[in-house]
Design a binder for this molecule. Structure first.
Ligand code: GCO
Length: 423
């Protein structure tokens, strides 16, 4: 039986400005990438030059059969200094939206995807009570200028990411401590890095609060208040735009005895934020793998489990469970705003896509309003601290010439999109 998707399903791919555009010189990440002793493996540099090549990239998406594109605007380009808006950047993004329209690609715009203007960090960053209003002011400017061409907006990407990061760091430290008896090296290196960071921002290191840094309870609520302030502003200046947020969600599973810990993880990572999502039009699900809990906590994947380049367990089945639990609680239309795999073996990407989409189709067949799937990522790009070594793309990029070459997975995914059904 052909497994069809709902009529009008959005088939797309995702990127984020800093990971693809290149030369985001006013962003906090740019500064962090260039510090001595930087924890970044390499700087983003020209990235994959998408700031120049967007039209070509959008045309290629359309040719492959996709009908939607999730990408982000770079706040630090639009507002490089506080209160000073750059018209060139606005014109640029208007042209990106125009290109989407020309190629029948429905744009889903993210207004904040990890990077922030350097001035925002100097002004207290994501722990300052003034940040929600600052973010809303940027959103107001953008939506006044461009809202007419933006059907869907994600205010903040993975607003809950700090919780996941803190857990991963804790697990790594525990592993290191277990392996060598003491926790060597990385703490000292981090301290050096933070000292350099402090110098670069002209602040005591403990007062630097970029989006991916450690987050206090108060900081976490500031992020969600920024979402609410942005939503209100967007409703006022661009009422036809649908507004949502995206969260990083794991398929949380438990073995006997691990149920309470799994429930606690769900509460921390997802349920506690539900009140902030009540006024949204849709919800963006981002999932890559599962986490299993036993009576003593997190259980790492078995030694012989297939892993991705990120060290995650290959687990495309996770997406279905995440869509189901997300919908059960948010009761709103769902868009999968990210899902994908870092691998050099493109056949495994094809297998991952097929299996993940089986799950999406099963959810739709059960009446869950899942409206689209945005694969992460359109093309190989800058994977933050890990640089360009992790290949998540449907399209390969030779960065010496910036030549794009679709991988077999791009054609495979494109055929599914064209048929609106699994092959
Ligand atoms: C995230 C981000 C993306 C990543 C992707 C792969 O989820 O961390 O939204 O920017 O590149 O998830 O790790």
């Amino acid at each position: 039986m052909t497994k069809r998707f709902p009529e009008g399903f959005y088939w797309g791919a995702s990127t984020a400005a800093h990971q693809v555009e290149g030369n985001n010189i006013h962003s906090d990440f740019w500064l962090m990438e260039h510090l001595e002793g930087s924890i970044f493996q390499e700087p983003s540099g020209d990235a994959v030059d998408h700031y120049r090549l967007y039209r070509e990239d959008i045309a290629l998406m359309a040719k492959l059969g996709l009908n939607s594109y999730r990408f982000s605007f770079e706040w630090s380009r639009i507002e490089p200094e506080e209160g000073q808006f750059n018209q060139e950047a606005i014109d640029h993004y208007r042209d990106v939206l125009k290109a989407c329209q020309e190629f029948n690609i429905m744009p889903i715009v993210t207004l904040h995807h990890f990077t922030s203007p350097q001035w925002l960090i100097r002004a207290g960053g994501w722990e300052s009570e003034e940040t929600p209003q600052r973010f809303a002011r940027y959103c107001e400017h953008v939506m006044q200028q461009l809202g007419d061409a933006i059907p869907y907006v994600c205010t903040i990407n993975e607003a809950n990411i700090s919780i996941g990061i803190a857990k991963i760091i804790k697990r790594h430290q525990a592993q290191e401590t277990a392996q060598v008896g003491v926790n060597t090296g990385s703490m000292e290196r981090m301290q050096q890095y933070y000292a350099a960071l402090g110098k670069a921002f002209g602040l005591p290191p403990q007062e630097i609060h970029s989006f991916l840094g450690a987050r206090s309870e108060k900081g976490l609520s500031i992020i969600f208040k920024a979402h609410e302030a942005a939503r209100e502003t967007i409703r006022r200046v661009s009422p036809q735009t649908k507004v949502g947020i995206t969260l990083s969600l794991y398929d949380i599973q438990s073995l006997p005895g691990g149920e309470a810990l799994a429930a606690q993880a769900l509460q921390e990572e997802f349920l506690q934020f539900l009140p902030y999502l009540e006024g949204d039009d849709f919800f963006g699900v981002q999932n890559y793998t599962r986490y299993v809990y036993g009576p003593d906590g997190y259980i790492p994947p078995a030694a012989d489990a297939e892993k991705t380049q990120m060290g995650n367990e290959f687990y495309p089945q996770g997406l279905e469970s995440v869509i189901r639990y997300a919908y059960e609680h948010v009761k709103k239309p769902i868009i999968v705003t990210e899902n994908g795999i870092a691998t050099a073996n493109d056949e495994r990407r094809i297998a991952y896509i097929d299996q993940a989409l089986q799950g999406v189709q099963a959810c739709a067949a059960d009446g869950i309003p899942v409206q689209g799937y945005m694969h992460w990522s359109l093309m190989d790009n800058f994977e933050w601290q890990l640089g360009f070594s992790k290949t998540f793309g449907l399209i390969a990029v030779d960065r010496s010439t910036q030549t794009r070459t679709p991988k077999p997975s791009a054609y495979h995914y494109g055929s599914i999109a064209k048929n609106n059904a699994l092959l």
